[in-house]
Write a protein that binds this ligand. Structure first.
Ligand SMILES: [Zn+2]
Length: 173
């Protein structure tokens, strides 16, 4: 009988696994690398500024699909900078990124390819699946009215990475 003793060591974005004989604890394979993506320090720092439900969600999602957390909470200075750059359409404090913890998070598939919209859709579908399991409802920036039709309005570089807790989740707070 063989079990895999997981979470032995994290090495950048790979989990190093050791297969052990469960009775003797003798390693059967010296070292086996399996590809389980995990967040970089910067992504974790960004994610840590978000609502705990978004943290749990994307810590789960990243194991299935590698991604990068671009932004969680934005203070007034960050928000005005984002507005100037065209990355946000509103001034402080009107973005969902401006509450602390943030109820919005910007996430992109990793490696980042802004021309590959399908991977953004794939990331949303992965996030939605994990969210259903966790009983969380999310709204994606490419489907603001939540009707299942994506990219109905312009500004996709702004909206494509944007995920937020759905309005009914905020009422429960
Ligand atoms: Zn956003």
């Amino acid at each position: 009988m063989v079990r895999v003793d997981s979470a032995v060591a994290y090495c950048h974005s790979y989990l190093i696994c050791y297969s052990m004989d469960v009775n003797t604890n003798v390693p059967l394979v010296e070292k086996e690398e399996i590809s389980v993506p995990s967040f970089s320090k910067q992504s974790l720092d960004n994610l840590s500024t978000c609502d705990i439900r978004l943290q749990k969600l994307f810590l789960s999602v990243v194991k299935e699909m590698d991604c990068t957390i671009l932004c969680g909470y934005r203070n007034e200075e960050d928000q005005e900078r984002a507005f100037q750059k065209g990355l946000s359409k509103v001034h402080f404090p009107h973005s969902k990124h401006n509450t602390f913890p943030s109820v919005a998070v910007d996430v992109v598939p990793y490696p980042i390819d802004w021309n590959d919209r399908q991977r953004f859709v794939d990331l949303y579908h992965a996030a939605r699946r994990h969210a259903i399991v966790m009983r969380i409802r999310i709204r994606w920036g490419a489907d603001w009215d939540m009707d299942g039709n994506y990219w109905e309005r312009e500004g996709w570089e702004v909206d494509g990475p944007h995920f937020e807790l759905a309005p009914d989740m905020l009422k429960l707070n």
